[in-house]
Structures are given as C-alpha cells and as structure tokens.
Design a protein around this ligand. Structure first.
Ligand code: RET
Length: 266
C-alpha cells in the first residue's frame, strides 16, 4: 500500500513537472495494442487481490514469505502494465533510420519480478544462499543486458546483446535443472512434485521471451507486428506471474510441508 502510494505520487509529481515546465515529453504514443496492456493491468490487479485474499488468514511466518513475494510480483506488474497502457512506459529508438516503439516499462517490471519468482522457487526447494545469489545475479544480468539490447541503436549490437542475455538465461535454467533440483530432492514428495511443476513452467515460459523479442519489433525483423507481440507478452506475463502464483499458493498443506523444519523425504 505504502509502496503504491509513494510510486504514484512520484509519477504524478514527475508528469506535473514536465507539463508545467513544457519539457520535451517523449513523442511515443500507445497504438491499438493498448487493449492487451489494459487486459494485462486488470489481470495483474485481479491476481494481486486474489493472493491478498488468500494470504490474509496465513499466520505462519515462513509461509507468509511466499505470499508476500508473490503479491509483490503481481503488484509491480500491475503498476508497470498501467504505466504502459497510459502511454508513459514507452519510448522510441531509432535503428538505421527506422523508428521502433520500445516499451521500456517491461524491463522495469522484469528486473524486480523475475528475481522474486526465482526467490519463490528457491525457497520452495530449500536452496542455500549461494545458489539463490547466483540465480538472482544471473537473472538481473539477463534483464540488464536485455534492456541494453532494447535501447541499442545499432542493429547488429541489438542482436549481440540479445545473445548475451539469452546466454545468461540458459545458464540460469541450467542451475534450475541442476543445483536447485538437487536441493528440492531432500523435500517431501508433494513439495518435490510442486517444485518440478513450477520449475518446468518456468523453463517452458521463460524460453519463449527471447523468441517473442527477436521475432517482434525489438528484433527489427518484425515477423510479428507490435500488436501481436504485445498480446504474446501479456499472455506470457500473466501465465508466468498469476499462473505461477496460483499453482504455488493453491495448496496450503504443501507449503506447510515445504516450510516445516522437520521436513524429510517421504
Ligand atoms: C529478453 C530479451 C533479451 C534476451 C532475453 C530476454 C529474456 C527475458 C525473460 C523475461 C521473463 C519475464 C518474466 C516475467 C514475468 O511475468 C529481455 C526478452 C533472454 C526471460 C518471467
């Protein structure tokens, strides 16, 4: 709540300043793809309210961690989707004489929400601190270099940064399949099953992001237009955040088992 109030206060102050001082406001405007951005905003908001509703009666502090993390994930995404739908969260980048519309707010969303998703998964697996730090470090590096790719003005360098970012994604997924799965192997059967489901969901969905990026506007190939690219990212984001959170928080007994210190393999 405090976060949301502070956030929108800053946005409001910033835009008021820009308009009253007649500063050059970016000329990028939202096109018909705004329909998907509004659906994203509403979907993330419903997800947030649902998780808050479910989490209200949870008293165990360890279990609360999963709720707090997941609620932050969809709250941040709802705010960033609103920023995109209302036309602030985008800019234009000139690449070889061609003007691309880039929704920068996606990266502002992902740089916070993807580490939080990995934290949820790591807590479920009972990972150690080094594994969590490596995963989150690789993830922030992936989104950071992905942001450079999106804002780069030389076409070949865009692809180069995309490659670097994709390399970080592959390394990250390798750790999910290796070290993190090994940590989860010590957990009771239901916890292991939930971990495997969520891990596979992450692998399948996250691999689609660089593909949508490269075949969409950002990859300059524009095999799919901005309209459909925005729709694809919205479906991916809702599945990777609300779908993931729903599966994670669905069974209280599994979370109880995951957090109980006496948890031993069945
Ligand atoms: C970019 C472009 C550069 C190459 C790679 C990317 C990966 C992005 C990912 C985003 C995941 C977002 C999620 C959001 C949650 O809703 C930045 C698209 C590798 C993996 C899970």
């Amino acid at each position: 709540m405090t976060f949301t109030v502070l956030y929108w206060t800053f946005i409001w102050l910033g835009s008021t300043y820009m308009f009253t001082h007649n500063l050059p406001v970016d000329m990028a405007t939202v096109g018909p793809e705004s329909i998907w951005l509004w659906i994203g905003t509403i979907g993330m908001t419903i997800g947030t309210l649902y998780f808050i509703g479910r989490g209200r009666s949870v008293t165990d502090r360890k279990m609360q961690e999963f709720y707090i993390i997941t609620i932050f994930i969809t709250t941040i995404a709802a705010a960033m989707y609103l920023l995109m739908a209302t036309g602030t969260g985008l800019t234009t980048v000139n690449v070889g004489g061609e003007t691309l519309t880039i929704y920068w707010a996606r990266y502002a969303d992902w740089v916070f929400t993807t580490p939080l998703l990995l934290l949820d998964l790591s807590l479920l697996a009972g990972a150690d601190r080094n594994t969590i730090a490596t995963l989150i470090g690789l993830d922030v590096f992936m989104i950071g270099t992905g942001t450079i790719a999106a804002l780069e003005t030389v076409g070949a360098y865009r692809i180069l940064w995309w490659g670097i970012s994709t390399g970080a994604l592959l390394a990250l997924l390798y750790i999910l399949v290796g070290t993190l799965s090994q940590s989860a192997a010590d957990k009771p059967a239901e916890v292991r099953e939930l971990f495997t489901t969520l891990r596979n969901l992450v692998i399948a969905l996250w691999l689609l992001y660089p593909i949508v990026w490269i075949v969409g506007t950002e990859g300059t190939l524009e095999l799919i237009p901005l309209y459909w690219e925005t729709a694809a990212f919205m479906v991916l984001d809702l599945s990777a955040k609300v779908g993931f959170g729903f599966l994670l928080l669905r069974s209280r007994s599994v979370l109880e088992r995951a957090t109980s210190p006496a948890a031993t393999p069945a």
